[in-house]
Ligand binder design. Sequence first.
Ligand code: ATP
Length: 438
Amino acid sequence: MIMLEKIVSLAKRRGFVYSGSEIYGGLGGTWDYGPLGVELKNNIKRQFWSSMVYNREDIVGIDSAILMNPKVWEASGHVKAFTDPLVECKICNQRFRADQKIDLENHEKSHKGKEVTWTEPKKFNLLVEAKLGVVEGEKSKVYLRGEITQGAHVNFKNVLDSSRVEIPFGIAQVGKAFRNEITPGNFTFRSREFEQMELQYYIEPTEKESKKWYEYWKNERMKWYLSLGIDKKKLRFRQHQENERAHYAKDAWDIEYDSPFGWKEFEGIHNRGDWDLSQHQKHSGVDMSYFDQKSNKRFLPYIIETSGGVDRTTLFFLVDAYHEEKDRIVLKLHPKLAPHKVAVFPLLSNKPELVKKAHSVYKLLATNYQLCPIAWDDRGNIGKRYFSQDEIGTPFCVTIDFQTLEDDTVTIRNRDTAKQERVRVPNLSEKLQAALAD
Ligand code: ATP
């Protein structure tokens, strides 16, 4: 099995990710996150929020609506320019993105030696349309947001007026976006419904400030992925060519991962200039300028954006953590991301005194780790339980055995080294907290 298939199979088998609406044959480009997937994804979002909002004085968070006045998307340029070039295979009428050369080559190969001809590229708009209203025929067309970005920009004035931010400052947001992707694929990598985690950072509109903050945010975002354990050799920056850049971008670099299907973007850092605020000012008639008290000047700020995909990040964290060892599969997820931090086992499930003690240890840990679920397993033998926890990345397993009943000690087994040590129950929480914080 190739690597991506292994990840897809593990994800389904252990409850990370399932196909959307699977019992009805699925719906292309949609995915559902299972009990472990939702924890992993939430942990990623929590780490993003904590690094962007909780650990900084210059950034605030918002949560804007998915449905927005359609004028927003006219102003932002998405109605006109949010397009991909689409070509159609003249043999089977399947449609592909003309700029995804590997997909085109693979498709040509699938026709086994036949001469494949393609139609001329057509522009295809990615915005997903919906209808709002109660009376058939009088419903108005809206769009499901194609990026979460505009929710920050339309609230620029609200945030300025209701909080104490001063330029330079940022608005962070995490939320769903929707794109009518021509060819969803590579598991969750290209979906039609996905989540983004973004920072929109407003700065003085000068080249000097743009350069300074652009470099700063590029480095900060790379550091964030490294701090959560992604292999440095598998990460790189790539600058967009001029013809690749989105309509709003003055400069664009991607953070790419060396994935099972090649180097791929999972976060973009863009210099949006004053595109968004000037467009919204023009189309809404509302003054979007900022008055800088220090310099006594009024200006439209420039924006440096960091825009990452939660689903792509989740996928690449899974791929990066996946290891096959001699007698086990282990997900070496960073403890901050692991769905379960700790699993608790009674050595034998048919000894009530062991089970009772194990339940009390479970309760003790659950009280101390309210922000994450503790795993419980009393099936099969202890080896199988370790194997099962390794496969989902649980950093520590705690076993309650007969010695526990005598001296109130348990074993802690470390996922990465498979080493065990005995610890007294009253010291357990503290010991685990320290190990998880390393
Ligand atoms: P691509 O070139 O792969 O289509 P993009 O350059 O259009 O991506 P952006 O518009 O910069 O992507 O969006 C920011 C981030 O949102 C991306 O880095 C990615 O992580 C995520 N993203 C974009 N489109 C999708 C998608 N269809 N499925 C999952 N995540 C996506």
